[in-house]
Each structure stands twice: as C-alpha cells, then as structure tokens.
Design a protein around this ligand. Structure first.
Ligand code: SF4
Length: 176
C-alpha cells in the first residue's frame, strides 16, 4: 500500500474562491510519501487538466453528479470544491484507494510523461467554427471553448470539428 488511510483530523480546509457564500473549500492532505515518480502512472488513467512531470498532476474526479479538481504534487494531495470536512474525507478515501490500486497494477500500465497544458479559452475559441449552432449542447462556441478548457466538454462533442479531420487532429493536439 502506497498511501495510508486518513481521518477527518488530517484534513486541512482552506476557503476557496467561489460563487456561493458558504461551504466552498479546498481540502488538503500532507503526504508522507513523495508521489512524483508515480505521477506518470496516474496520468495514464485520469482525465488530465494539467501535468508537468516531476512537478504536479491536476485531474478531474467524478463522483455521482459532482466533479472535483484534484492536484498532487511532491507533498500534497488537494481537492476542490468541497462543502465540508465530511465530503472531503469521502473524496480523499476514494482517491487514496485509486492511487493504491494504480500502484498495485503499475506493471500493467504504460506510464505517460507527456506534459499537458490546456490553452487559454480565447486560443481555443479562435479556431472554432463560431456558428453558435448549439449542436454541442452549449449556447455559443465561446461557452463550448470555456468548458473544453476545464475538460467539461470533449472535442468530439462539436460535430463541426468532427467532420473536419484536420481540425479534429488540431484540437486533439491542443487539448488532449
Ligand atoms: S457545436 Fe461547435 S460550432 Fe456549434 S456551437 Fe458548439 S462549438 Fe460552436
């Protein structure tokens, strides 16, 4: 086992910038194990938002209807946004199980060291068709670009991109 179980007292809560007035925290755990050498294995299994080898991995974590941003660096595991310590504990337990399972299965995983840096929204927007056709489920291409950056939309949810193989390839390189 790589990471040990945690309890509520281990969790550090920090106020996060948020549009709601209460219950909006970033939760942190100080790690006793340096996970940096192991990040490429985790990176191969998650929806990555940002990855710099030997520095940090930021990824999406999905639970029921909610999505969390998770960051792991050399000494910290952080999750946002949580409403309270109980929610943070639940998510940390899941992530720790996931990390430990990935560690056990590492011999079957091809580690991925490719950095991921998602481009700014406007950089994405300027390459979109700008027809605001709504086929992606968003009102505008700009809204789609905003969600693409935070991995709440996938490139192939825009039929206009999909039907143009060159554009599709361009976007895959840009955001994946
Ligand atoms: S489907 Fe594509 S072109 Fe249509 S609104 Fe969405 S991003 Fe814009």
């Amino acid at each position: 086992m790589l990471l040990k179980e945690v309890c509520k007292e281990d969790i550090i809560l920090e106020r996060a910038y948020c549009h709601i007035t209460k219950g909006c925290y970033k939760a942190k755990l100080l790690l006793k194990v340096n996970l940096l050498p192991f990040l490429p294995y985790l990176r191969a299994r998650v929806k990555v938002l940002y990855f710099e080898p030997n520095e940090i991995l930021v990824f999406k974590w999905f639970k029921s209807e909610k999505t969390y941003n998770v960051a792991i660096n050399n000494n910290t595991l952080a999750v946002e946004i949580v409403e309270d310590r109980e929610e943070a504990l639940e998510i940390f337990k899941e992530i720790i199980n996931f990390v430990n399972l990935t560690w056990e299965e590492r011999n079957q995983i091809v580690p991925n060291i490719k950095p991921v840096k998602r481009p700014p929204v406007l950089e994405i927007y300027k390459h979109l068709p700008k027809t605001n056709c709504k086929a992606c489920g968003e009102e505008t291409c700009l809204a789609f670009a905003t969600k693409l950056v935070i991995a709440e939309k996938e490139v192939d949810e825009c039929p206009e991109i999909v039907k143009d193989p060159e554009l599709l390839q361009f976007f895959k390189v840009l955001v994946e």
